[in-house]
Each structure stands twice: as C-alpha cells, then as structure tokens.
Design a protein around this ligand. Sequence first.
Ligand SMILES: Nc1nc2c(ncn2[C@@H]2O[C@H](COP(=O)(O)OP(=O)(O)OP(=O)(O)O)[C@@H](O)[C@H]2O)c(=O)[nH]1
Ligand SMILES: [Mg+2]
Length: 329
Amino acid sequence: MNFWEIGFWALIFALAIQNSSGKKPGLFDRFKKGLEKTQKLLNTNLSELFKTNPTLRQIREQLEELLITADLGVKTSFKLIEELERKIKKEAELELVRRELYQIILGILKPLEKPLEIPPDANKPFVIMVVGVNGTGKTTTIGKLALRFKNQGYKVLLSAGDTFRAAGIEQLEEWAKRAGADIVKHKEGADPGAVCFDAVKAGISRGADVVIMDTAGRLHTKTPLMEELKKVKRVSEKALGRALDEIILVVDATTGQNALQQAKTFSHQLELTGIILTKLDGTAKGGIIIAIADQLQIPIRMVGLGEGIEDLAEFRAEEFTRALLGLSG
Ligand SMILES: Nc1nc2c(ncn2[C@@H]2O[C@H](COP(=O)(O)OP(=O)(O)OP(=O)(O)O)[C@@H](O)[C@H]2O)c(=O)[nH]1
Ligand SMILES: [Mg+2]
C-alpha cells in the first residue's frame, strides 16, 4: 500500500470507530431504558397470562389490575379496557391486545405531544416559569433545560426564585455553571417576586434569548405557595410587559396518583402551558402520564429520565407508547 492508500484506510477506520462509539441512543432507546420497570410490569404479566389461554373475561380482569398498578388510575384504565373490548370481541392474542392498546394509548397521548421549544418568531426573552411541589425535580430540570437551550445556540439566563429552601440558590448556581448559563440571584429569604422581576429586566438588558425562573415548592395544599406563585407571575409579567411564555408544572412520576392531584390543583390556580414528568427512570408507575393526559389534557412537554444534565428527553407519543408496551422501535 502506498502512502495515500494507508491514509485512506486510516480515515475509514477512524470514521467507523466514531460512528459505533460516539452515537447517542435514539429517543426510543432512551424511553425503553427509562420505562423498563413499567414495561416489565405490564408485559411480563400479560405474557404469563396468555400462556394459560385466558378467556376474554380473564384478560379484562388481569389487564384492569395491571393498568391500575402501572398508575393509569381507575378512570383511565376502565376507559382503555372499554375501548379495547369494542375492538376485540372474540379471540384475543397477546400481539393483538398490545397493538390495540398501542393505538388507544397513542390516541390519548398524541394530541398532547408538544416538546418545549423556543419558536423561531418568539419575543425575546422567551420566559419560562417552572412550578411544582417540593422535590419533584424543578431545579434539576431547569439545569437540563438550560443546557438543552444552550446547545441550541441560545443565550440562557436563570432566575433563583426559590429563596425559601436553604441551599436552593447554590443548587441553581451549580446547574447554571454546568450549563454555561447566566444567573440572577438575591439572598436566601428574599422576596421571590423581586428576584424574578430583576431576572426578567436583566434578561431584557443583557439580550438573553430565554429566561427560566425557578420557584419554591412547599406543599401545594398551602394557599400561601399558590398566592406567592401568582405574585411572582404578576410581577415578572410587569417587568416583561406581556404574559409569560410558558408556565410549566414539574411532577414526579414516582408519586403516581399524587402527581395527578398536583396537576389538577396547579392547573386550577395557574394557566399551565405544560407538564414535565420527572423520574420516569426509577418507577413502574410510568402509566401516570396517560392518566394526566387523559384527564387533564395538559400538553406533556418533556420527561426526566435520570439525574444527569443530559437526562431530559422531549416527549414523543409514538416512541413513548412503543417503549411502554414493549413493541419494537
Ligand atoms: N432519577 C431521577 N432523579 C431525578 C430526576 N429529576 C430530578 N431528580 C432528583 O430529584 C431530587 C430533587 O430534585 P430537585 O431538582 O432538587 O427538586 P426541586 O423540585 O427543585 O425541589 P425543591 O427545590 O426542594 O422544591 C434530586 O435528588 C434530583 O437529582 C429524574 O428525572 N430522574
Ligand atoms: Mg428546587
């Protein structure tokens, strides 16, 4: 081989290695991994059941139990089964049940698929307020979103609006550093409205593309939190001179039906534009997303699939439902 041939083959080899090792897993694979527990719960039990040549009634009973255990909630589970019964009248095979379930679940989720993006014609800065009860993953999700927007080429500014929890400000600062975003903060105990007012003003004067506001997360049953959040919203809108672009509720999938309750309460109090569901990776209760979508019709924007900064995926109904039901990608 001459010099050029060696060079050519070395290049091909290098490209092949880069392709095989540097390729990020696709959305379906990420959902598949994240939804492993819920998928196993549904599929292992269904497969076992079908080995016994079950009657339609047995299928119905077992499926009812499984869907409720996967946290679809009684109402949504019944609705699913009723629809399934309309389609499958005589003999049911496992594959047929799974395919029909896929279509029914997709019918619920697809209309609510709306990943969180900054529209090309958005006013600058695009302002996102993040709310939710304590510990659901708001601050972590803001860090993940900051990186996502940063990677899309946007200038990102974070607002340390959780002045209530000790170390809440430092935690957001840490995420800002990791994501390469700017931050506006006051001291612990400061008025969160004032922090967010300053952050929006800073976003305008510094030419930020997006401002993401963290907020405190005491229990949603306490009125003062809702009142405080409404005030933060009012004050930020005053600074912005228009309505906020997004008010996103973060709910923790591992809390199952509580997550549904939180979504109900928050949507009554604030004009939510969407939900981000976190901690799908650690739970067999991934079905909660279907219950929320079915009963509240609030768009599902993103899902959290781990604690790392990259562990945030846009919600896509087809990939999600396939992964949930153990169908191939
Ligand atoms: N496994 C997993 N853990 C997550 C995810 N998102 C957040 N967490 C973890 O959940 C815990 C709480 O996250 P935070 O971001 O502090 O939650 P928060 O809503 O800001 O909490 P408060 O500020 O106390 O209201 C942390 O340990 C996070 O690492 C996720 O998608 N998957
Ligand atoms: Mg927080």
